[in-house]
Design a protein around this ligand. Structure first.
Ligand code: AP5
Length: 184
């Protein structure tokens, strides 16, 4: 049973690695960013509310995110395990996740923190060119990450749940490091 939380700045490779590892482990890769982008594309009520925050690189308000994650983790395919990518994004989301997992009687193996320097991130994301990948929005996402998400590094380190991985190496080398974590 594999249950992991992926933490790290935008462009650190969370999505890339979570997708590969989830496929290897036959468990879902649960990305709040992907769920939100799909809601935006389908112009659902959630998508219409979330879009302007995402375009500006702001976090979407917790009120729109928490039930969405609760519903997703309750689905049948998530019972054998999961990789959470992009959630939690602030301390209140982390506390919500603690309560939710207690309620559904689940726990996780660890929190993987992918480390990558800012200048590498900016180059990667400019090359990718998603709608929110222009330099101004990338820099704003980085500052939102530093202010709101990076406190989770200490939050999980203090609980001895954090494992840091150097994300500034080729994709297959990051994958090997992650495989060692799930197969100790
Ligand atoms: P989200 O989709 O989560 O975006 P993000 O955190 O900014 O992360 P990215 O997808 O940009 O990067 P990643 O770390 O997954 O890297 P990737 O593998 O794609 O969130 C988007 C927005 O949704 C947020 O701004 C917010 O508005 C909202 N949102 C989402 N979750 C939320 C939440 N919980 N609460 C509130 N709001 C929320 O890789 C990036 C690029 O680098 C790719 O081109 C990839 O090919 C390349 N790459 C990957 N690894 C390597 C490598 N090792 N070497 C070279 N290139 C690499």
């Amino acid at each position: 049973m594999v249950r992991l939380i992926f933490l790290g700045p935008p462009g650190a490779g969370k999505g890339t690695q979570a997708q590969l590892l989830a496929k290897n482990c036959s468990i879902p890769h649960i990305s709040t960013g992907d769920i939100l982008r799909s809601a935006v594309n389908q112009q659902t009520e959630l998508g219409m509310k979330a879009q302007s925050y995402m375009d500006q690189g702001e976090l979407v308000p917790d009120a729109l995110i928490l039930d969405m994650v609760g519903d997703r983790l309750g689905q049948d395919d998530a019972q054998p395990g999961w990789i959470l990518d992009g959630f939690p994004r602030n301390v209140s989301q982390a506390k919500f996740l603690d309560d939710l997992l207690e309620k559904i009687e689940q726990s996780y193996d660890c929190v993987v923190n992918l480390d990558v320097p800012d200048e590498i991130i900016i180059a990667r994301l400019l090359e990718r060119g998603r709608k929110d990948d222009n330099e101004e929005v990338i820099r704003h996402r980085l500052s939102v990450y530093r202010e709101q998400t990076s406190p989770l590094i200490d939050f999980y380190r203090d609980r001895q749940q954090l494992v840091s991985v150097n994300g500034n190496q080729p994709v297959d080398e990051v994958s090997s490091a992650l495989e060692q974590i799930v197969q100790p």
